[in-house]
Write a protein that binds this ligand. Structure first.
Ligand SMILES: [Zn+2]
Length: 82
């Protein structure tokens, strides 16, 4: 059985997405850190990690953020706790 997913971008580890509902911390950008039966997302603002099923992920995602567009010369790097 082949499922057609024409409207669905493949989920890739390392991709940044914007979700419809912002996190309680105020952030709406999430990094995909794992892809399996569930999709693992890490909040880029507070660092919290959550797992969503693939169908829930596709419902929640608002925009895919191009990594190339995100990186800027003045990027700040914080080394948080593990
Ligand atoms: Zn957060």
């Amino acid at each position: 059985m082949i499922e057609q997913m024409v409207n669905r971008k493949p989920i890739q580890v390392g991709a940044l997405v914007q979700m419809r509902k912002p996190h309680p911390c105020g952030g709406d950008r999430w990094l995909i850190y794992r892809v399996g039966a569930d999709v693992g997302l890490r909040c880029q603002t507070c660092g919290k990690q959550v797992l969503l099923s693939r169908s829930a992920f596709h419902k929640q995602v608002k925009a895919w953020i191009d990594a190339a567009a995100v990186s800027s010369p003045g990027v700040r790097q914080h080394k948080g706790r593990g």
